[in-house]
Ligand binder design. Structure first.
Ligand SMILES: [Zn+2]
Length: 190
């Protein structure tokens, strides 16, 4: 494909913090071109790298940025939000009973380690990723009652831990200009 004719919707920019670290690895921090152009005009970002794709109006013309960095450093929040996605990311999309991975087509569910009927709460410390068969096998019992053991002790992760885990999951599409700013765990393997 002629790079200058790249469809606009594909011209997303990788967003780096002011320290040139990606704002997020997983999902990768990407902005659509409209958001990027707006941020450029509001002087909130530096353009680090550009596509060949040009947008123009009668009064201006610009190459669309492919990598931008924020002018103002955003301090990562200390405690990540307790969301379905973050919980699965903490557990690396792996059943915490049998080790089956979502990548292998396994359906992941939530499991309350101490069942709700026993007063178990919906917290980082009591909820884990479990495959559907393990969840079903455990039923409304504690792991001890069900004779099942946990692969890890559930705790509240730090934002850094989640970022670290996110590096295990590179997206399918990476523009070449993004690669200088991203470090995937898979690249560290010999
Ligand atoms: Zn399982």
């Amino acid at each position: 494909m002629n790079a200058a004719m790249m469809p606009l919707e594909r011209c997303q920019a990788l967003v780096l913090n002011a320290d040139y670290q990606p704002l997020s690895y997983f999902p990768l921090s990407l902005w659509n071109w409209q958001t990027v152009v707006k941020a450029v005009f509001l002087d909130r970002v530096n353009i680090v790298s550009e596509y060949d794709r040009v947008i123009s109006s009668p009064s201006f013309e610009m190459r669309l940025p492919s990598v931008i960095s924020l002018k103002k450093y955003i301090k990562p929040s200390r405690n990540p939000a307790f969301t379905r996605f973050n919980l699965f990311l903490r557990d690396q999309f792996t059943c915490q009973y049998c080790g089956a991975e979502q990548d292998d087509g396994v359906e992941l569910t939530f499991d309350h380690v101490t069942p709700r009927a026993y007063g178990g709460r919906t917290t980082w410390q009591n909820v884990i990723a479990a495959c559907a068969p393990c969840n079903l096998a455990k039923g409304g019992r504690t792991p001890r009652e069900a004779h099942m053991s946990l692969l890890s002790h559930p705790e509240q992760p730090s934002v850094q831990q989640l970022q670290q885990n996110g590096r295990r999951f590179p997206p399918n599409y990476l523009h070449e200009s993004w690669r200088d700013y991203l470090y995937w765990d898979s690249e560290l393997e010999p």
